[in-house]
Ligand binder design. Structure first.
Ligand code: NOJ
Length: 426
């Protein structure tokens, strides 16, 4: 296998709320603590990366990775609507400096699902002026970090809600009286906790309402324009979630519907960006009635997602073809306790990416999800997606063999993938 492009960004991705710990001022934390919370366990101290980011970066850089995707926590930067924290901004500045000092390119996500409580209280993404509020926050962050950060992801998986609707995980257009009572009760408890009105206060994820999605579109456009105005050389994009949608007999129109609702509108916006972010974990089989469960395979994942690494090559090709933009793989990985399986998965995913590159697709980088075993939203700490294990009590980090393996791939710019493949065959 020839090498990947010279400037390829080999790295790992994380998200503030999943690793920092004690993000007590955001909407997700609030929902973690209402009675009957849908979150299996609270995020608590998470990986304590708020204090241990240098150690995390030491391990990433020592392994040989050259980039790190992380997110800035909006609720720390702007704890109240009209209060911005210079001290918290300085924290993220130190994180960026720590990257640069280690020869690691920072890729900064401005919104990885969580939003401040004050933003949730007044209607989250459905409120009027949501895009202006996001632009205001963006400017504050970018002014302070933009001299050292070239790569910006405005929103992580802005299509998460649209995806749940389109694949039938949530009922499309459900009327209020069709929404399960439990869900309505949770909504009321959430409003009580954040101090807002029921029906107004809402958790930002999943972004379901059509008006909210339009506001997120505007927020992306405005943030992109603001970043470019402040730092014209910056590279801006966002990172919709996308599976390899495969059709079973009679499933063609289902696939068209899923793409039309949950993918294409988001990729339309990417056409005006510097890159399209791709986050892919598996394939989704679609029949005439919707999603069809895959046959069990020998390899299993903790999430129950089908082991199907070659999905990544397919989605990279599809995103590039639709948007005509270079692709930055912002997430890809596997939840497993078997680190050898993680290595195999990643190798096969990267081989499928390489084949897309050989066919002429421009791919800028690969950010593995994720650096650390962390708090995986509704599933709590049970999903081990990390290249590094973290002790729940001491926060001690223990790198797994997959970290060194990916570091070698990075150092050889992909050349060691071929040697690995040969070992597997013999
Ligand atoms: C998508 C999300 O961006 C990330 O937060 C999550 O942990 C991974 N995928 C795995 O589910």
């Amino acid at each position: 296998m020839a090498e990947f492009p010279d400037t390829f960004l080999w790295g790992a991705a994380t998200a503030g709320h999943q690793i920092e710990g004690n993000n007590v001022l955001n909407d997700i934390w609030a929902m973690e603590h209402v009675e009957g919370s849908p979150f299996h366990e609270p995020s608590g101290d998470a990986c304590d990366s708020y204090h241990r980011y240098e150690e995390d970066l030491d391990l990433l850089a020592a392994a040989g990775l050259n980039s790190y995707r992380f997110s800035v926590e909006w609720s720390r930067i702007q704890p109240e609507r009209d209060l911005f924290s210079r001290a918290e901004l300085a924290h993220y500045r130190r994180t960026v400096v720590a990257c640069v000092e280690r020869g690691v390119v920072p890729i900064v996500t401005l919104n990885h699902f969580a939003t401040p409580i004050w933003f949730a209280r007044s209607g989250a993404w459905s409120q009027q002026g949501a895009a202006d509020l996001f632009e205001r926050y963006t400017r504050f962050v970018v002014e302070a970090l933009g001299d050292l950060v070239e790569w910006w992801v405005t929103f992580n998986e802005p299509n998460a809600g649209a995806m749940l609707l389109a694949t039938g995980a949530l009922p499309l257009g459900a009327a209020a009286d069709e929404i399960p009572t439990e869900q309505l009760e949770l909504t009321a408890k959430f409003a009580e906790r954040v101090g807002g009105q029921v029906g107004v206060a809402s958790m930002a994820l999943p972004i379901l309402a059509p008006d909210a999605i339009q506001n997120v579109f505007s927020a992306h456009r405005q943030a992109r324009a603001a970043i470019k105005e402040l730092f014209p050389a910056a590279r801006v994009g966002w990172s919709p979630s996308v599976a390899d949608y495969q059709v079973l007999p009679g499933g063609e129109s289902t696939r068209e519907d899923v793409l039309a609702q949950a993918i294409h509108p988001f990729w339309e916006l990417s056409r005006g960006d510097d890159f399209v972010g791709v986050q892919t974990y598996t394939r989704t089989l679609l029949g005439p009635e919707g999603v069809v469960a895959a046959e069990p395979r020998e390899e299993t994942t903790l999430t129950g997602w089908e082991y199907y690494p070659q999905a990544l090559g397919a989605t990279v090709r599809a995103a590039a073809a639709f948007t005509d933009r270079p692709v930055l793989i912002t997430e890809n990985g596997i939840a497993t306790a078997d680190d050898e399986l993680r290595i195999r998965y990643t190798r096969e995913a990267l081989e499928s990416v390489y084949s897309a590159i050989e066919d002429g697709v421009t791919v800028l980088g690969y950010q593995h999800w994720t650096l650390l075993d962390n708090w995986e939203w509704h599933s709590g700490f049970a999903m081990t997606f990390g290249l590094i294990a973290v002790d729940a009590e001491t926060f001690e980090r223990t790198p797994k063999p997959s970290l060194a393996w990916l570091g070698q791939v990075s150092q050889s710019n992909g050349a060691t993938l071929e040697a690995d493949a040969a070992v597997q065959v013999s």
